[in-house]
Design a binder for this molecule. Sequence first.
Ligand code: APR
Ligand code: PHB
Length: 390
Amino acid sequence: MRTQIAIIGGGPAGLMLSHILHLEGIHSIVLEKHSRAHVLRRIRAGVLEAGSVALLRDVGLGKRMDEEGHPHDGAYIVWKGERKILIDTAKYTGKQMLAYGQTAITEDLYSARDAADGIVVDEAANVALHDLTTDAPFVTFDKNRDTEQIDCDYVIGCDGFHGVSRRCIPRSVLKTYNKSYPFGWLGVMSETRPLPDIVYANSERGFALASQRSERLSRYYIQCPLDHDVEEWPDDLFWQELKARFPGDIADAMETGPTIEKSIAPLRSFVAEPMRYGRLFLAGDAAHIVPPTGAKGLNLAFSDVYYLSRGLIRHYKQHDDTYLDSYSDTALRRVWGAARLSWYLTRLLHLFPDDNPFDQRTREDELDYVARSENAMATLAEQYVGLPYE
Ligand code: APR
Ligand code: PHB
């Protein structure tokens, strides 16, 4: 097989890249390790920055998102069981966010690739990358007991944190930054009417978040110890603990009911630099992970893909590699911005096991300050809505 761009990983980053390249007449093949059903089952965050919304519309994927997504002028933060602020992105940046789940976006991307007869090989096993520092890189993989080879111009690693692509970059070249957090998020999905707004809660019992997927689908999270198992959280206990972390009026407005999904995810910050090695480029979770506080993961994957597609299009159309050569530096500026914001919000809103009362008091003071200071609020709103693409 031969293609211009071999893309490893059929998550949002890989599919979006393949879709954009197709619109410009550039051929790609996507190799995905899991079955399509598995990829479409995964539940991830669901808040789109204004830049991601614009990108999806620009590449012809805005229809269902605009019909089903829920626009927000910002998100609320509550603390001390009574205080409340709106991170008013509409007022301070003129931009809105949109609640639209990653699961739905992945469905939309698969539909677009199918409609264009795009090649997405699923259940591709033992994917291996070869000759990345030559002009003739290639990828091998196993499918249905055969070993296949794809010759290409470039290989793009969109295979998430646990993928193979990043590991092909020698340790002497790759610098990694890692931070793990001493708690996880217990997330539930329930077919109940969500609150009208996204609300983050800091409380003495720990962090909680109320979010949504649609009119009748709510998404809630609570901070929990890393060694907890979902079995320890029957529905009744979950709803009780969730409500206890919000002010009374908000807790009273929450509709409860059976949960349809429950899982615990650890929180981690990770950045790998550079995002290029020879003819290999990394995009999305393959290069960086942010904790979910602020919902930046998918948005970062899309900004990487935007920068990278721009570089590849310029390469093929104008034989100019300026954007490809600056890709890693440009993408990393935005990555670090989001990595810092996600870390900041995580620290601001969660309780840490080795905290003493001073730590929680300074958190509350910082929230009081944001509530009082237009400048502090403008800074937060600008970053929450997403820094503009360069
Ligand atoms: N070979 C082929 N595919 C692989 C391999 C491999 N060795 N390893 C992993 N994959 C696939 C995974 O099965 C997955 O479908 O790569 C895909 C990576 O997708 P994501 O993990 O969704 O990452 P990405 O596309 O970068 O999207 C980032 O996902 O994790 C969230 O919060 C994150 O929302 C952000 C988004
Ligand atoms: C979600 O809806 O899953 C969500 C929303 C906001 C976040 C994180 C996750 O900050």
